[in-house]
Design a protein around this ligand. Structure first.
Ligand SMILES: Nc1nc2c(ncn2[C@@H]2O[C@H](COP(=O)(O)OP(=O)(O)O)[C@@H](O)[C@H]2O)c(=O)[nH]1
Ligand SMILES: [Mg+2]
Ligand SMILES: [Zn+2]
Length: 351
């Protein structure tokens, strides 16, 4: 082996790490800085992986897991983060309404839920909106099919989310799970698992990597809630020549600045809302409200409508807080520019 190939197969390491023409096009001819992908973020540094290099970059480098960096060997702090293809972020939990970067440059996100009390259509929709907004293709992965009398009941419900979102169901503990996810794990792709604790994200990461790279642990019997075994996001290479990111369960997923994702998930309702008489209609008691009219005539499913209203209101409230912050925070500018570009480009179509 010459260090450029993964031990498992003959896919060049950079490609297995998710290197694509989109990134290669950003490197000028003659630039000798090694490219590395950020695999872990710690308080005191960012771990990267490239061909024959595994540097730790100082935390001042503004990168997250999945970012590609031109590593400045002499002055690591001056390493250059390449433009992102996609970015998953949320409003951080707690009082600080900061935006937390979750992962960059993901092609497909496996939104994972088990076929038990964890299953919650509103929560899945929230993740799907987040993914669509980030420019990442969402796939709903339903685990623990073996523990459930009729998994198809869950599949049928998940399929109502959107025609844009494929749904698969599996037992995460067995090899067969790998082939169910294989269509999204081709060479040079990057996939990530998102979902609550205890649903099987680390079990699936282990299945894909064919190694025990992540620790897994049983859920509490009484309420099906998971324990936080995975404490940080980590990127691993899998033998099919694909990169996979496992994440800890998120207790709270607040959307922020995700108006495009919410609209993409509920295009019919978004379209209706553009027909209200007043442009800033809150769809409450305003005259000429197309949304309330459609509800009254029974054209729309009232439960789905209520879920859209909740997400839309939350997204707008958080986006407003961020907009105020950005107007006083000079570093927010880049991010805003990025989002605008994402929105005009639209979500990436699945292959
Ligand atoms: N029966 C069954 N158990 C599973 C399945 N997926 C995961 N588990 C178990 O659920 C527990 C939590 O899994 P883990 O991968 O740590 O969940 P994570 O918190 O999402 O990373 C572990 O004990 C797994 O063995 C599945 O499809 N069927
Ligand atoms: Mg885990
Ligand atoms: Zn209205």
């Amino acid at each position: 082996m010459n260090g450029c190939e993964t031990p498992e197969n003959s896919v060049p390491l950079l490609e297995s790490l998710g290197w694509q023409p989109f990134f290669a096009d950003q490197v000028k001819a003659g630039d000798t800085r090694p490219v590395v992908r950020i695999t872990e973020v710690h308080r005191n540094g960012l771990r990267g992986r490239g061909v024959e290099v595994t540097p730790v970059l100082p935390p001042t480098v503004a990168a997250t897991v999945g970012d590609w960096v031109l590593y400045d060997v002499e002055t690591p702090a001056a390493s250059h983060v390449l433009e992102r293809k996609s970015l998953i972020k949320r409003r951080a939990a707690g009082h600080e309404r900061q935006t937390q970067l979750i992962a960059a440059n993901i092609d497909t996100v496996f939104i994972t839920s088990s076929c038990n009390q964890d299953f919650n259509i509103a929560r899945l929709e929230r993740y799907v909106a987040l993914a669509l907004d980030a420019g990442v293709a969402p796939v709903v992965v339903l685990t623990k099919a073996d523990l459930c009398e009729d998994p198809e009941v869950y599949v049928a419900q998940a399929k109502t989310i959107s025609d844009l979102v494929p749904v698969v169901v599996l037992d995460a503990r067995f090899d067969a799970a790998k082939s169910v996810l294989a269509p999204w794990c081709g060479r040079g792709q990057t996939v990530a698992f998102l979902g609550s604790s205890g649903v099987g994200k680390s079990t699936l990461t282990n299945a894909l990597t064919e190694a025990q790279v992540m620790e897994t642990r049983g859920i509490r019997e009484d309420d099906a809630k998971g324990r936080h075994t995975t404490t940080r996001r980590e990127l691993h290479v899998i033998p099919s020549g694909c990169a996979v990111i496992d994440t800890p369960g998120m207790r709270e997923l607040q959307l922020t600045d995700a108006g495009f994702g919410v609209a993409a998930l509920f295009p019919d309702l978004y379209e209706l809302s553009t027909k209200c008489r007043f442009r800033d209609c809150k769809h409450q008691t305003e005259p000429g409200c197309a949304v309330r009219a459609a509800e009254a005539s029974g054209e729309v499913d009232p439960e789905r409508l209520a879920r859209w209203e909740k997400l839309d209101a939350e997204e707008k409230a958080n986006a407003h807080v961020l907009a105020v912050r950005k107007s006083t925070d000079k570093t927010g500018g880049n991010n805003l520019k990025y989002m605008k570009r994402q929105i005009t480009k639209g979500p990436k179509r699945r292959r």
